[in-house]
Design a protein. Structure first.
Length: 173
């Protein structure tokens, strides 16, 4: 029951007359593959970490240990990082993506890092993102329905909420 309640609380600030759905966006992963999301998410459930600023990578990294554990315990769970930039950065996309690619030696992580060069307001609005000052974390079903959302660096409480939404029984430190 705690997991259901946590999920309901997490989704409360979204309009009640809508089912929260991840918006359709196009990007490329750091392996060069073009992707349309959420259709190209590979899991039955997908943890999506959205970052807007370079220094937010440290907050994204705080999620890594717990997400690795969850993914190993839950077949069908995938994790994606979405560095999200405005359209004006498309002109230097090669430079930006190349810099990120060179900093990530693991090809699996590069394949799951999908850079978005988009109209950020159109992306943030349906997600209920009001500020770019922290990262946003979503649990998205294969069809795009958002099952859970969180914000900021990993905390044990956010880990428990996400684990409950995933359906796992593991308590995360």
């Amino acid at each position: 029951m705690h997991g259901v309640l946590a999920m309901m609380v997490a989704l409360m600030h979204l309009p009640v007359d809508t089912v929260p759905v991840f918006p359709v966006v196009e990007g490329s992963n750091l392996e060069g593959r073009s992707m349309t999301l959420p259709a190209d998410f590979g899991g039955d459930l997908n943890v999506v970490l959205v970052a807007f600023q370079r220094d937010q990578q440290a907050d994204v990294d705080t999620w890594t240990p717990a997400l690795k554990t969850m993914a190993s315990e839950r077949p069908g769970l995938r994790v994606y990082e979405l560095p999200t930039l405005g359209r004006r950065y498309r002109l230097i996309r090669g430079f930006i993506d190349g810099g990120m690619r060179s900093g990530i030696p693991d090809s699996t992580v590069r394949a799951a890092t999908i850079t978005l060069y988009i109209d950020k307001d159109s992306f943030k609005r349906p997600l209920g993102i009001e500020s770019e000052d922290s990262i946003h974390v979503f649990l998205v079903e294969r069809g795009g329905v958002i099952r859970w959302r969180g914000q900021g660096a990993y905390t044990p409480e956010l880990g428990r909420q996400l684990s409950a939404a995933v359906g796992g029984q593991t308590a995360h430190p």
